[in-house]
Design a protein around this ligand. Structure first.
Ligand code: SF4
Length: 380
């Protein structure tokens, strides 16, 4: 594991310009007597070109750059730690926010395979801590601290975008990639710290900014929101005009088993959750990803498989079966690959499609366990 602590730090007590929607940015520049196209230039400089300083935006007038520098920063998170996995496929950054809260963001690199291009996926956090208390999750054990702002969410992607683009540039210089293949971040998954649907408005605003073709321009179909099942949030998401993907962490086929590890199930039991999923499919015509972390003896028996098959048989979905990566002194053990395959063939009897995702070595403790594999599963 490589640990790099002396990487560039962006820190400021000024208001972060990343908190402004495009409309607010326009209004702010208007009050400074600036024409509309200046807001477009500024937006592009921040989100497309990834500028970290107003002074570098030389297409803006010197006066405007001065005013912006006096009033705004471009993000307020401080990078306190950056780690890379031994195989260089995954980077995790620990950010400190102005009020001292710490959050994590992960960049995962996937090589091109026979039928897909290489990808760079960012996993973002939406809350500091989390109120939902899933027993298998380290964040859940910390309790809830606060929601992240829109700017704090987009800043995570912007930072990783700069990293991803600088890697692209190095490859272009080395002649292993052409300029037309400049790619940066290709996918974003909302499955870091916190429950995204519990911070709905800020999450959606961040998605709109990330999706803006004049900014970073991440396609809606390359954005996935992962929830433990907040029913009102799923119903609301179904009616949004941005066609993003939905992943639901189910992890158990019946209420009794699910409530043991996911307290949220007492508020929104499985029947209600599946109904909300059906509604999402009906409104969006999109398949849902069902995440099912296999916990040895807890939710991986043939009985659990057949119960799961019955629960999901009428839902347009794809199940990702993820044998848990045991961490620290937790009570859970990992389901063997053979047993995972048996679970999969039991599901097949109900015509429920699934994939078994074995963990790859994660040596940087990237998020709530198996993050890398869960993210990969969501993209296939
Ligand atoms: S798994 Fe997600 S929802 Fe559950 S406690 Fe962890 S961060 Fe919160």
């Amino acid at each position: 594991m490589a640990i790099e602590e002396n990487i560039p730090i962006i820190s400021s007590n000024l208001a972060s310009i990343l908190e402004l929607s495009k409309g607010q940015l326009l209004a702010s520049l208007e009050t400074l007597g600036q024409p509309k196209y200046r807001a477009e230039q500024l937006w592009r400089a921040i989100y497309r070109e990834g500028r970290t300083s107003f002074e570098d935006m030389t297409n803006l007038s010197k006066d405007l750059r001065g005013v912006l520098s006096q009033n705004y920063s471009i993000g307020n998170a401080i990078t306190v730690l950056s780690k890379q996995s031994a195989d260089a496929s995954t980077d995790k950054i620990l950010f400190k926010l102005p009020d001292g809260e710490l959050i994590e963001t992960v960049l995962m690199r996937y090589e091109a395979d026979g039928h897909r291009r290489g990808r760079k996926t960012v996993c973002v956090s939406t809350q500091a801590g989390c109120a939902l208390g899933c027993t298998f999750c380290a964040t859940g054990q910390q309790g809830f601290r606060r929601n992240l702002t829109t700017g704090e969410i987009t800043e995570q992607v912007l930072t990783m975008e700069r990293l991803a683009r600088s890697e692209d540039e190095k490859e272009i210089e080395a002649g292993t990639r052409s300029r037309g293949e400049l790619q940066g971040v290709t996918n974003v998954v909302f499955m870091g710290m916190g429950e995204p649907l519990a911070n709905y408005e800020n999450m959606m605003e961040a998605i709109r900014i990330l999706n803006d073709p004049k900014g970073i321009g991440i396609g809606a179909r390359h954005i996935t929101v992962s929830t433990v099942g907040l029913v009102p949030g799923i119903e609301k998401l179904a009616t949004e005009d941005v066609q993003i993907n939905l992943a639901v962490s189910l992890h158990a086929p019946d209420n009794e088993t699910r409530s043991e590890t996911m307290p949220v199930n007492k508020r929104y039991p499985i029947e209600q959750l599946i109904e909300a999923c059906q509604y999402f499919v009906k409104k969006t015509n999109r398949r849902i990803f069902i995440e099912y972390v296999l916990l040895k003896g807890q939710n991986d028996t043939p009985l659990h498989a057949s119960k799961l098959g019955r629960v999901l048989k009428d839902l347009l979905c794809h199940v990702n079966l993820i044998p848990v990566n045991p961490t620290g002194e937790g009570p859970y053990r990992r389901t063997e690959y053979r047993e995972a395959q048996r679970f999969q063939s039991d599901l097949k009897k109900f015509n429920v499609p699934s994939t078994v995702r074995m963990e790859k070595g994660i040596d940087i403790d990237a998020g709530c366990g198996q993050l890398r594999d869960r993210a990969l599963a969501l993209e296939n």
